[in-house]
Design a binder for this molecule. Structure first.
Ligand SMILES: [Zn+2]
Ligand SMILES: [Zn+2]
Ligand SMILES: [Zn+2]
Length: 489
């Protein structure tokens, strides 16, 4: 088979770049070390500059480092993007950190080894959005939607909406079908309501937590012959949680929440105390359901059709998680998978990150299906309304109005991402010290590091570098996998 000449030229160029990279053994090793430290990131940040370690007591320069000694004069650092579609290696690392954060909270629900207490109740709850109009759906090979109401269209006898569009759909969609999630009629669908709901889901959750405490107080058994008051409940119980936001195909978000009920030690608020025996899984489940049904947020007035309040949909699913290693690990993995998804993974046509410019027109995004374009138009329309000004929707067109973080947790749920990064840094330093026993002399509390860095570029300098880094990354992962399976010493 013959390659087209432009293809051949490209291949030759890439090969030339790879050969140039490996030509000098020392330079190649340094570069490979950088790629390894950047975790085989596919679009690392190129930093140029220097750092000097100064002994604060004596003013002496203990060590200095400059990127000019590095290949190409730059230091490569990982982009640290959590999104699978942007950088798979960095997303894998984020997913593993996320797993540790989630699983850490599960293990805190376990009873202490030397006690016969039951441990703290733990549940996985999914808070969904209400309906904003009928959408196409994949139903395990079943028919999309039957129309049971609505006027009949003259000749064909199909039931249609006021815009003359069919109210049913006889197709059998597969989950990958681009139609899934699209409204049957974009004029019937309440797109403004959907966008406003996305924009208020953070506030709705905040209010839900307040209602959980109210519900816990109302549902708690009388203690010492007296009912428990709303003010008293926070001295007895604490709701700790981690939540992950997921975009559904119809463009609306829902929340997966891993919620744990802890006890409280009034003398030491940071202490981890198991929930009292009267506060079990049933109480936590009932409180979440009651709070989910009652919480609401007033919405700005945009038109007569859109609801005045944001509320949860009526499909609130709450399942107990047995705080066993197996169940906990499974749930943590399930949530970690969602933590690296983006809106673009669920809603086709949207970019993975915010396009540049004040009114991004989605240039560079894949072809946008009509219903997604209708949604982004709805965000733009709302962004111009005076009643929506404080929502700053123009900045959130690509997330269909959603403004929060994908993953967030209550303070005492478990360890943090920052703590995990610090641990990794300390481990790296310890490993460096093993290699260089004198390094600890410099790693003194008296020393301060003065750095001066600028970003010289994003990504690899050549396509050849990028290809080579990908190959090295694949080899690295295979070697690690072989080690995990015990195939190597
Ligand atoms: Zn990366
Ligand atoms: Zn359909
Ligand atoms: Zn219609």
């Amino acid at each position: 088979m013959w390659m087209r000449s432009d293809q051949m030229l490209r291949t030759q160029t890439v090969l030339g770049q790879i050969l140039a990279r490996v030509a000098d053994d020392d330079q190649y090793r340094r570069w490979m070390g950088q790629v390894d430290r950047a975790g085989y990131c596919v679009r690392p940040v190129q930093l140029a500059g220097s750092a000097t370690t100064v002994n604060a007591a004596t003013g002496e320069v203990e060590a200095s480092y400059s990127s000019s000694a590095e290949p190409g004069g730059v230091l490569l650092v990982a982009c640290k993007d959590r999104r699978e579609s942007v950088c798979p290696p960095c997303a894998a690392r984020y997913r593993s950190d996320a797993w540790h954060v989630f699983a850490g909270g599960v293990s805190r629900a376990l009873p202490a080894p030397d006690s016969d207490a039951a441990g703290s109740p733990l549940v996985l709850a999914t808070f969904t959005a209400p309906s904003f109009g009928r959408v196409h759906a994949a139903r395990d090979g079943g028919v999309c939607r039957a129309a049971r109401t609505g006027r009949r269209d003259g000749g064909r006898g199909t039931r249609v909406c006021e815009h003359g569009r069919p109210l049913g759909c006889p197709a059998r969609h597969t989950p990958g079908d681009g139609m899934v999630g699209a409204p049957l009629c974009t004029d019937c669908a309440d797109l403004a309501g959907l966008v406003l709901w996305n924009a208020h889901v953070g506030e709705l959750w905040r209010r839900t937590v307040i209602y959980v405490y109210r519900a816990l107080a109302a549902l708690a058994p009388a203690l010492g012959g007296r009912p428990v008051g709303v003010r008293q409940i926070r001295d007895l119980l604490r709701l700790s949680y981690v939540k992950v936001t997921e975009f559904q195909k119809r463009g609306v978000v829902h929340l997966h929440v891993l919620a744990r009920l802890d006890g409280v030690n009034p003398d030491d608020p940071d202490a981890l105390v198991p929930a009292p025996a009267w506060a079990g899984v049933e109480l936590l489940t009932a409180a979440l359901k009651q709070a989910g049904a009652r919480a609401s947020v007033p919405l700005p007035v945009v038109d007569s059709r859109t609801a005045a309040m944001a509320r949860w949909g009526n499909q609130l699913d709450v399942r107990p998680v047995r705080a066993s290693a197996v169940d906990g690990a499974r749930v943590a993995g399930y949530l970690a998978k969602y933590a690296t998804k983006t809106v673009s993974d669920s809603v086709s046509g949207l970019p993975a990150s915010r396009p540049r410019g004040d009114d991004p027109d989605m240039a560079g995004a894949r072809a946008i299906p009509a219903h997604v374009a209708a949604l982004t138009d709805a965000v733009r329309r709302l962004a111009r309304l005076a009643t929506c000004r404080t929502l700053r929707l123009a900045r959130h067109i690509h997330t269909l109005g959603f403004r929060g973080h994908v993953t967030s947790k209550s303070r005492r749920y478990s360890t943090t991402f920052a703590a995990l990064r610090e641990e990794r840094r300390a481990w790296r330093q310890a490993r460096a010290r093993e290699r260089d026993p004198w390094a600890h002399e410099r790693d003194d509390a008296q020393c301060v590091v003065v750095g001066d860095w600028r970003i010289a570029g994003i990504g690899y300098r050549t396509l050849g570098d990028r290809v080579l880094a990908e190959v090295l990354g694949r080899e690295h992962r295979q070697a690690r996998e072989a080690q995990r399976l015990g195939l190597t010493a």
